[in-house]
Design a protein around this ligand. Structure first.
Ligand SMILES: Nc1ncnc2c1ncn2[C@@H]1O[C@H](COP(=O)(O)OP(=O)(O)OP(=O)(O)O)[C@@H](O)[C@H]1O
Length: 601
């Protein structure tokens, strides 16, 4: 029991998380300091108006009792001024608060996106894309509880409390002290409810992340869902998670309504007690009716700052629950400083060198003291069973992952000395799975190099054997291709990816099964285009169909993260090794990818 309590205190009552949240939001708030300063000035006006209105009604009542019409009319201009000031204050406050909070949120979202774009590939791969999106669409809005009216209340409530207390104590100290008796009950219940809300808020935000993950996976994997008839299963999962969410939201609403109702009950009791005792004072002649009215008008300002503080606490706790998910990501260190963009810095690459490179994904050791020297301008083919580490060489070369030890060098210079922009602009990569952006074919081709001309783009499309197909579409290069090029066939997508690589015109070319989705005839033509493209460039090709790499200058046979054979096709085929085995399997297989069938030697 004691341990449980300690854990609860550690988990929820510690101020560490609040401090963590505030130190995160501080710089963003500072950026909007003008709007916040104006809000503080408006607070001064608001406090003055609160007292002035209550005093006004009290004096008006006394005049009504003791004076006459004339005296009442003399109050009208002052009342009009108070109303005008109140409207001005309210309009300006709404505008400034919206400006400040939305400005802070916009900056935070930009910061989060900037951060996520620079995170190491290994960190990003641990998140589901829907969950990441949920941080932007849902969690970041949790910050409202810290930067909006809650933050302003943090300044407003103590000031209004002190001002009203002094003012009311002047009217009647006894009544004033009676109103304070309930303060501790309100404060304690606020803390407890705040903690319960935070615990629940945490569950809600995590569940919303899961629901977004499920939706995003469903829409991305629509074809798999249809072919494996997973519609019912996914629907049931979605319904179940939504039901859980509803239950949590209801619990949340229940907590809040209990808390608000409790507050209202305590408020009403305090009001009634004040009214009864105040009436006694009026009958004794210690108070005028107007002074009692002023008192009753203001007494809730003695009460609600305490409920307000408890509410603030609850609001902060809810925000902390949402923001701690965002902070967990923001506290991961990016491995690059600037966002990469296209750069033309590297012109030629003399050599590519892997020197004693050891690399593992977590506990999965892929390369162990790996050495490789690739001379410039040659075509190198990587072959080997599935999982041998071929694609890993590509990801390391592009700097997506860093080796745990050893060095990778381009033209004798360590990769660490290149910026991500320089490095990745020097490499054109055609991956196994082509990813195309929703938009037009032109958009997808031009993203390879922003400065390319229309003529160069069309030439690249001709070389990749895709130009005629593009022209056959109703809007040609301006045809929309849908998310991830859903309106195109696998072969068409692959040819666009090849055209994109041609446009990039980079000194290093990485082809990962780049022609696997093409039919024999198209492959023949595309291969010609690729051979043209390879001239003068260093090309590394990963191939499962060995027929595609027989002309390679050097073939490297990889197995279990090591190079087990190297040579030309003719040399390797005459050796009794893995290459001959793979080659045999390749020709025996009628379908595209026989190497998956070969057991690791
Ligand atoms: N992002 C990743 N995170 C964790 N492990 C990974 C990741 N990518 C690959 N691996 C693991 O690393 C090992 C090597 O994978 P890699 O993709 O380099 O092999 P490959 O030779 O290219 O295989 P294939 O021919 O099937 O594409 C495999 O065991 C794989 O499970």
């Amino acid at each position: 029991m004691k341990e449980k309590l300690e854990l609860l205190i550690k988990q929820y009552i510690t101020l560490k998380d609040l401090r963590r949240t505030f130190s995160f939001v501080k710089p963003f708030i500072r950026k909007q300091w003008k709007a916040y300063l104006f809000i503080i000035l408006l607070l001064g006006l608001d406090i003055y108006l609160t007292i002035a209105f209550a005093k006004f009604f009290g004096e008006l009542t006394d005049s009504a009792i003791h004076g006459g019409y004339k005296q009442i009319f003399s109050f009208i201009p002052y009342g009009g001024l108070l109303i005008a000031l109140s409207i001005f204050s309210s309009v300006c406050y709404t505008y400034c608060e919206t400006f400040a909070t939305n400005g802070v949120k916009m900056d935070m979202k930009n910061h989060l996106f900037h951060h996520v774009l620079r995170l190491p590939a290994g960190d990003v791969s641990n998140y589901r894309s829907g969950e990441l999106m949920s941080h932007f669409s849902n969690d970041i809005h949790g910050v409202d509880g810290v930067i909006g009216s809650n933050l302003i209340s943090l300044i407003r409530l103590p000031i209004i409390y002190i001002v009203v207390f002094i003012y009311l104590a002047n009217i009647n100290l006894t009544l004033c002290l009676i109103s304070l008796i309930v303060a501790p009950i309100v404060a304690i219940s606020g803390v407890v409810f705040g903690l319960l809300l935070r615990k629940n808020g945490r569950l809600i935000h995590s569940l919303i992340g899961n629901i977004n993950g499920l939706l995003s996976e469903t829409f991305h994997g629509f074809q798999v869902i249809r072919s494996f008839t997973l519609e019912k299963l996914h629907y049931q999962k979605y319904v179940k998670q939504n039901k859980e969410l509803l239950e949590l939201e209801l619990y949340n609403a229940k907590l809040r309504s209990w808390y608000n109702t409790g507050g209202q009950i305590i408020g009403s009791i305090t009001f009634m007690v004040n009214l009864s005792i105040g009436a006694l004072f009026v009958s004794n002649g210690e108070l005028t009716v107007g002074a009692l009215l002023t008192f009753l008008n203001l007494v809730n300002h003695l009460f609600y700052p305490i409920t307000g503080f408890a509410g603030l606490w609850a609001g902060f706790q809810r925000s902390v629950a949402a923001l701690e998910r965002v902070l967990d990501i923001l506290e991961k260190l990016p491995d690059i400083k600037e966002l990469p963009s296209y750069s033309r810095t590297i012109q030629d690459v003399d050599s590519i060198e892997f020197d004693d490179v050891t690399f593992s994904y977590g506990n999965n050791n892929v390369l162990d003291k790996f050495d490789l020297n690739i001379p410039t301008g040659k075509m190198i083919a990587l072959v080997g069973p599935t999982g041998a580490g071929k694609s890993t060489l590509f990801t390391l070369l592009q700097g997506f992952y860093k080796p745990q030890s050893g060095e990778i060098r381009l033209s004798g210079k360590s990769l660490k000395e290149f910026s991500a922009s320089e490095l990745r602009s020097s490499i054109a990569h055609v991956p196994q799975d082509t990813f195309l952006f929703a938009g037009t074919i032109r958009d997808n081709l031009l993203l390879a190099r922003p400065d390319v001309t229309e003529k160069q783009m069309v030439e690249a499309a001709i070389s990749a054997e895709i130009h005629d197909f593009i022209l056959s579409l109703p809007k040609g290069y301006d045809t929309q291709i849908g998310e991830n090029g859903i309106k195109l066939s696998g072969g068409q997508k692959q040819r666009i990816a090849i055209a994109r690589a041609i446009i990039k015109d980079a000194p290093i070319l990485l082809l990962d099964e780049a022609t696997s989705a093409l039919d024999g005839e198209t492959e023949f033509h595309v291969k010609e285009a690729l051979e043209e493209l390879m001239k003068g460039r260093t090309t590394i090709v990963i191939a499962h169909r060995l027929s595609t790499i027989q002309n390679a200058d050097i073939i490297l046979v990889m197995n279990n993260g090591k190079i087990v054979q190297r040579g030309t096709h003719n040399e390797l085929i005459n050796q009794n090794g893995l290459y001959r085995k793979l080659n045999k399997a390749s020709y025996n297989s009628k379908k595209g990818s026989p190497l998956a069938l070969v057991s690791k030697s």
